[in-house]
Structure formats: structure tokens, C-alpha cells
Design a protein around this ligand. Structure first.
Ligand code: FAD
Length: 462
């Protein structure tokens, strides 16, 4: 086996610069450190080269380069991989972040979006027409990685996952073929990229369905996080009509100016509620949430859809120990465990994020896409943020114990929130026949596992 150094010798940076122009970033270049930085901190990898591609031809050429040199290939869109898969040590980064074209067919509500767009950029542009496709809870996340894993956001109960709005995609395979995939053209590959992540090729463009979001009611609601309030919040969110999707973050109150000082550091629910429909009805549906306790702050109001993405600090690069899981219920005793679990953390910040699922997402058959968790009821993401690397084992142990405490019957996992959890958890993301089908499709489109820096599905090369 060749070492990464001897492989690097086979790369000629001057030659690459003459092929790709100013889009080649190599060690020593002034923007090298910025270009290898991803959203999460604690990831310090030094790629041999970063190529900021501008079209599918260049994507194919970078894929060929990875094939020929044998160097590890990282595919990066928005750079928010929880595991830092958007950057490689000693390999090649195929960076799609400059491919951000968006062509909206307003009449048919079907845009073609290049994969380097962020959720926030796409959402702002679509909102100019009163339209949206549901992505996640954070504007800076790339539509590339988010869509390929599934996509759970504020329209999940009304319109389903992001992949439920995916109509077609253009993809460059490991062999360099450029394919248009949809329900009729390469339907197997179209099935696989709706949940199977970046295992099957590099998607250059997505064609989505847009929805009318001209009338919205929602925003942030801050409540004290007692076990009663948490359990009642979840019960209300489960009973609410599909128009309402919620994310409840149970966490210590940050020292935000609009939160009274006496709450700072105390456990609160920072909830985001989005009612996608009539404003008067939205206010009526959300009223019981407001009545759960005296709100610490209430910013719920008629809203414009892009308000789900407030401005972000681009310099924020957290280091986290995290776990993702599904649970069937959060009743009073389980809510009590959540409170106690969070209180036992020694991290500077610990959070339990609770997302009630169901609605449109659950009406899609489990085998219709590679995201098989259609019947999962509540997604729980646990995280401890910390600063000192030597504290990693402490916080990993905490999050492992916490997840074990909360585990119920549903052993599945959402691939986009998986960390370096090992193969068993990747299998949990793709249960039963989903796994076998994905491995067979992988063998057809990527038999040498060129796309392996991901939650990897190994080809079944029979
Ligand atoms: C702060 C934060 C909030 C989040 N919130 C949500 C949420 O609300 N809902 C949700 O569903 N997820 C959420 N996620 C998870 C997110 O969907 C995944 O981390 C996703 O992989 C990020 O995509 P990216 O393009 O930004 O990341 P990248 O690091 O650029 O890509 C991640 C991986 O996806 C693959 N990939 C990316 N683009 C392509 C492409 N064009 N072609 C082929 N493969 C590709 C590659 O394997 C790559 O390594 C969140 C993550 C973070 C960090």
C-alpha cells in the first residue's frame, strides 16, 4: 500500500492550476487554512489539494484525479458534516461551494439548485416568490449533504423530508459518467441518493418541489424546562395538525439580552415553532404551548419563512460529543431523565434536542427511499459542547450514558446526525433490506468504494 506522501507526489499542483485556474488551493496558499476549515471545530486535516469546481465537467475531472492517484476524496458542499467528512488528511477535497446557481421555474414551482447552495441562500431566493422547500434548522448547512441524508426541518410534518420534495438530480459517478436520475431514469440510483448520503456519486444539481409559504405563524418560545413542561410540550406537538413542526432544545439559558438574567444558566426549553398555514389558526394551535408555563420570552408571531434562519456567526466552530436516536415517547418519567441527564453534564453547554416527527413524512412508505425511519416518532439529538480536547472521553462517556438511559424500542438512527459511531450505527441508519439494496446499488455505481469518506456503505461486489 502506498503512503499518502508517495501518493501526493503523483499530484502536480502547477498542472492542476493550469487545468482548473484559480480554483486550486494547496498547502502554503494564503487561503489554504480558511479553505480547509469546516463548521465543526477540533478537525485539523491537511488536504494535499482543494479544488473549487465550477461545473459537472470539473467534478468529473476531480473524480478522475482521485481515481488515478488513489488519494482519499472528500466531497464538500456546505461543510457541516458532523464528522468532518468535508475535509481529508493528505487527500483531495472536491469543494462544491462555488456551485450556487439557482434556476426557479416559478410557474411549476420546480427549481434546479446547484449543490453548493446553503439552505439559507436557497430559502431566501425562493421566498421572493412566497415559496419554499423544507431543509433543516440552520441556514449555513449545505443543501448537498442535508438532502442526500434525508433532510428534517420545519416543514417535515406538512410536506415531509427534503428528499420527499426531490424530483430529480444530476450526478457524476465514480466512473465519471454524468447521469440525470429521477423516478424513471436510473430509478435505483434515485432511490439510493434519497437517504444514502454521498456514497453513490457527486450530485451537482437537484430539482426540487417548492411549496407556498406565504402565510406562516411561528418563532421562538422560551419556557422553563421542568419535566412536566417538557412532557406536555411533546404531547401538544404530537397532537397538533401537520401544519405545525417544532424543535424543542432543552438546554441551559444562554446569556441572551432578551432572557432575564435570573434564568441565565438555568434549564429552559428554547423551542422553535413553525405553523405553515393560516395565521389565525396558527395562533390558536400554538396558544396551548404558550400556556404551558409563563414564557420566559415569546417571539412567536406572523412570520416570513426565511426568519427560521437568523444570522449566524461564521467564526463559530464548536467541538461536540453527540448522539442521535429515535424514541417512541417522552412522557413525564422520560422528561425527568432528560432534565437529570442534562444537569449531570460537566460540559460548558449540554443540550437535548427533541423533534416530533410524523405527518407527511410518515405517510411515505418505508421502502420508497433509502431513509427507512418513516414510522419513527421523535428524533432526539444529545450534545455536549466543550473546549479542551483532553475532556473528550468525559463528554463522550456522558453522552453515551445519556443515550442509553433514553433508549426505548426504536433502535434506528438518522444518518446526517451520526458521529463516528461505528458500523453498527450505520447499519441502524439503514435497517433490514435497505442496507442490502444500498450495497447492491453501491456495487453497481461505485464498486471500488471511491466515495468512502462518509457514513460508508461498502459495495456488495458479488
Ligand atoms: C449546525 C447543524 C445543524 C443541522 N441541522 C440539521 C437539520 O435541522 N436537519 C437535518 O436534516 N440535518 C441537519 N444537520 C445535519 C446535516 O444535514 C449534515 O451534517 C449534512 O451532511 C451537512 O451537509 P453539508 O453539505 O453542509 O456538509 P458537507 O460536510 O459539505 O457534506 C457532508 C457529506 O455529505 C456528502 N455530500 C455533500 N454534498 C454532496 C454532493 N453534492 N454530492 C455527493 N455527496 C455530497 C459527502 O459525503 C460529505 O462528506 C445539521 C448539521 C449541523 C452542523
Amino acid at each position: 500500500m502506498t503512503t499518502s506522501n508517495s501518493k501526493t507526489d503523483t499530484l502536480s499542483i502547477p498542472k492542476l492550476r493550469s487545468t482548473f485556474g484559480g480554483q486550486v488551493i494547496a498547502p502554503g496558499d494564503p487561503d489554504y487554512d480558511t479553505a480547509r476549515t469546516i463548521f465543526y471545530g477540533g478537525v485539523d486535516r491537511h488536504p494535499a489539494v482543494i479544488v473549487r469546481v465550477k461545473d459537472a465537467d470539473e467534478v468529473a475531472r476531480v473524480i478522475a484525479l482521485a481515481r488515478e492517484t488513489g488519494l482519499e476524496l472528500a466531497v464538500r458542499s456546505g461543510g457541516h458534516s458532523v464528522v468532518g467528512y468535508g475535509v481529508t488528511e493528505g487527500g483531495i477535497v472536491l469543494d462544491l461551494s462555488e456551485m450556487r446557481d439557482l434556476q426557479i421555474d416559478v410557474e411549476n414551482r420546480t427549481p434546479w439548485a446547484e449543490a453548493g447552495l446553503t439552505a439559507g441562500e436557497y430559502t431566501s431566493a425562493a421566498a421572493a416568490h412566497g415559496l419554499a422547500t423544507g431543509f433543516g434548522d440552520t441556514g449555513s448547512v449545505g443543501i448537498g449533504g442535508l438532502t442526500l441524508g434525508g433532510g428534517v426541518g420545519y416543514l417535515v410534518r406538512k410536506h415531509g423530508l427534503t428528499i420527499d420534495d426531490l424530483l430529480a438530480a444530476e450526478i457524476v459517478t465514480a466512473h465519471g459518467e454524468r447521469l440525470h436520475v429521477d423516478a424513471n431514469s436510473h430509478p435505483d440510483l434515485f432511490w439510493a441518493i434519497r437517504g444514502g448520503g454521498g456514497n453513490f456519486g457527486v450530485v451537482t444539481r437537484f430539482k426540487f418541489q417548492l411549496h407556498d409559504v406565504s402565510s406562516m405563524y411561528g418563532g421562538m418560545l422560551f419556557l422553563p424546562a421542568t419535566a412536566d413542561v417538557i412532557a406536555s410540550f411533546i404531547a401538544l406537538a404530537e397532537a397538533a395538525p401537520d401544519e405545525l413542526s417544532t424543535i424543542a432544545n432543552v438546554m441551559p439559558a444562554p446569556p441572551m439580552p432578551f432572557l432575564p438574567a435570573e434564568y441565565h444558566g438555568k434549564l429552559i426549553i428554547m423551542a422553535m415553532l413553525v405553523y405553515a398555514g393560516d395565521i389565525v389558526e396558527g395562533e390558536r394551535i400554538i396558544a396551548p404551548f404558550r400556556a404551558l408555563a409563563t414564557p420566559i420570552a415569546d417571539m412567536v408571531k406572523p412570520m416570513q419563512y426565511p426568519e427560521i434562519y437568523p444570522p449566524e456567526d461564521g467564526e463559530y466552530h464548536p467541538v461536540a460529543a453527540s448522539r442521535t436516536m429515535f424514541v417512541d415517547k417522552i412522557d413525564r418519567p422520560i422528561a425527568d431523565k432528560i432534565v437529570k441527564g442534562l444537569q449531570s453534564s460537566k460540559a460548558s453547554f449540554a443540550v437535548a434536542q427533541l423533534r416530533v416527527l410524523g405527518g407527511a413524512m410518515s405517510r411515505v412508505p418505508a421502502d420508497a427511499t433509502a431513509f427507512a425511519h418513516r414510522n419513527s416518532r421523535i428524533m432526539v439529538n444529545l450534545a455536549a459542547l466543550y473546549e479542551k480536547p483532553e475532556e473528550k472521553p468525559l463528554h463522550e462517556a456522558w453522552v453515551t450514558n445519556f443515550a442509553t438511559e433514553l433508549q426505548q424500542g426504536d433502535t434506528g438512527a438518522y444518518v446526517n446526525f451520526l458521529g463516528e459511531d461505528g458500523e453498527a450505527r450505520i447499519r441502524a441508519a439503514y435497517p433490514g433490506s435497505t442496507w442490502d439494496r444500498l450495497r447492491a446499488i453501491k456495487a453497481q455505481y461505485d464498486p471500488t468504494n471511491l466515495f468512502r469518506l462518509n457514513q460508508n456503505i461498502q459495495p456488495d461486489n458479488k
